[in-house]
Every structure is written in C-alpha cells, then in structure tokens.
Write a protein that binds this ligand. Structure first.
Ligand code: MG
Length: 332
C-alpha cells in the first residue's frame, strides 16, 4: 500500500509539473456547438459500449446524493409557494405564457411526471438488463422499445420520487392546484393517472389535471401550449421538471443555445423553476446525438454505435485539448 501511495504522489507531482509547463493551456470549457467537436471519439472512451447508461441508472437508483437532491428540490419548492402566495405579481411563467391573470386568479403549479414526481428508472434498468436486439432494423427496434414502454406504464410500477408526495399534498392543502404536464401520450393517460394515485400523489381529476402529448390535437412535444392552457385559468407559481423542456420551448437546438436559455433565466432557477437531476435520458442527450432516429442505417446496432460515437465526441477528458480538431474558446 505504501508503494502504491508513493507512486500516486510521484504521478500527481508529474501531472502538476506537466500542467505548469503548459502555462498557456486554456481552461476547459464546454464546446460551443457540435460542429466544433472532434470527429473521432477520444481513445478508450467506448470500452463498454453496451452499458453506456449503467452508471446513470445506478446513480439514480442507489446514491444518497440523488435522494438529497430530490429533498433539496422539494424543500426549495415549498419556500417558493410561501413567497408566491404573499406576492400577487409572482408567476413562474414568462408574460408570453402567463398573460395577465386577475389578482384573484387561483394558484397552480405545473409539474412534469417522469423523473420529477415519479421514478421511472426501473424501465431504464430493464433496457440495460434486457436490451433491444441490436440486429433489428431501426423501425422495428423503435417499435419494440415503444411497446416495452407501454407495457411498463400499464404495470404502474413507477414509484414516487422522494419528497414528492408530501410536497404536492402540502401544495394542494395550501390551495395550489397541481397540474401534471407530461410527454407520455394520450393512450398512456389512464394508466399514468392510476400510477400517480397508486404512488400516493394528489390527483382528483385525471381528465383535467394530467395533460398528455397529442401532436395532432395541438399538444406537441414542446410543452408551451399546454402551459398556456393552464395559465388561462390560473396564476402559475411554480414549474417542476427534470428536462429543460419542462420550463421553456426551443430546447431541441444546440448546446450553446440551450446554455444561453438557462443563463437568460438564471435568477429563476431554484426560485420559480425547480429542476431535478436526470442523468439517464432527456433533451440533453438528443442534442448530443443530433441524429435522425430513422436515418438510413442498415441495422439498429449500427445506429446505436453511430449515436455513441457522436455522444463520445463531447467527452471532456484530460487530453481534450489535444484532440484531432483543437477547440478554441470563442471570445465574448
Ligand atoms: Mg421528465
């Protein structure tokens, strides 16, 4: 053990020395956009491509840190409600979505469902344990994935996020109506409501309080139109979600524009917009892949590999600056 520790010290000193000799090396920063990224994955980054979601799911399911972050989110959400009730001007929506509600408008909060008030990580774990056959054509693979999801929804196995039940019950008791805006689709609505109730979350009327996705009926993936529908009759005082799209539209764009959107609303995070962690999936991942799921690929396996390669370009490791295409930080 002593030898190992001494070795570590030597390595650490060597690393510090190497850093010192590269005085002009710029501080690492996130890339401005995918177009600037190296064309090949950093070596060694894809040693176990089959389980590229394993750590994310395990962290979500097992870490005390994840539980603490959920508690932190709902504790802050409770403080927001207290502020909102005392301030008749307080809204968690921009004017373009909130409009100008009367001073006596009833209060509401809008929450997403998956990875916000329901923990659906078990489905993601099942995909790791029982992966879709990588030899399938993309269309068939996506069909099987959708069927697996629909079957899982019907089993009502999602459990409540830690702290969600007590917070939402507290909100309802304080006169703040809870609306659930989810990108689960209309055919999943009934079982979704059953799961919410089974998990102990407050839900008096599935039809009006749960707003699912239906592109043909003006309820698209982007949730702004549904937020407006709630705001037509309420002052919306809090948004809860795990995905940037739970708070604003225009998020399926680029890394840079997503960051700008977050920065433009920086004072709202933790005040009117409360976000929970989700490292397993989300719009962040779609932007990294930035590829059409139905692109002409001979097999689903090839498509999966292409997606992993695209994602791996974004990794920021110790040798990130020595990549095949050096990335310069844009001047402000
Ligand atoms: Mg979600």
């Amino acid at each position: 053990m002593r030898i190992i520790r001494q070795g570590m010290v030597v390595l650490t000193l060597a690393a510090l020395s190497a850093c010192a000799s590269q005085g002009s090396k710029p501080a690492a920063t996130r890339p401005d956009d995918l177009a600037d990224l190296p064309r090949s994955a950093p070596p060694g980054s894809l040693k176990d491509p089959k389980h590229d979601n394993l750590n994310a799911v395990l962290w979500s399911q097992t870490s005390a840190e994840y539980r603490a972050l959920a508690a932190q989110a709902f504790n802050q959400a409770a403080r927001t409600l207290a502020v909102a009730k005392a301030d008749p001007q307080f809204s968690a929506l921009p004017a373009s979505e909130q409009g100008t509600p009367p001073a006596d408008a009833p209060l509401a909060l809008i929450t997403d469902i998956d990875e916000t008030v329901l923990d659906s990580s078990a489905f993601n774990a099942d995909i790791i344990q029982n992966p879709i056959d990588p030899a399938l054509p993309p269309a068939e693979a996506h069909k099987q994935f959708d069927q697996r999801w629909n079957d899982w929804v019907a089993q009502r196995e999602a459990i409540a996020m830690p702290g969600a039940v007590s917070f939402l019950k507290q909100a309802e008791a304080a006169g703040v109506k809870v609306f659930y805006i989810t990108n689960r689709k209309d055919p999943e609505k009934e079982e979704t409501c059953n799961n919410l109730v089974q998990a102990g979350l407050p839900l008096a009327d599935c039809a009006s309080q749960v707003l699912t996705r239906n592109d043909a009926e003006g309820r698209p993936k982007e949730k702004g139109s549904r937020r407006k529908a709630v705001a037509a009759g309420h002052r919306v005082v809090l948004l809860l979600g795990d995905n940037l799209g739970d708070f604003a539209d225009g998020i399926y764009t680029s890394l840079d524009s997503r960051s700008q959107l977050v920065d433009a609303q920086s004072s709202w995070w933790g005040e009117r917009w409360i976000i929970l962690p989700n490292p397993m999936y989300g719009s962040w991942e779609e932007v990294l892949g930035k590829i059409d799921n139905d692109a002409a690929s001979p097999t689903y396996g090839v498509e999966q590999e292409r997606r992993r390669l695209l994602k791996a370009r974004t990794l920021r490791g110790v040798d990130w600056w020595q990549g095949p295409l050096k990335i310069e930080k844009k001047s402000n």
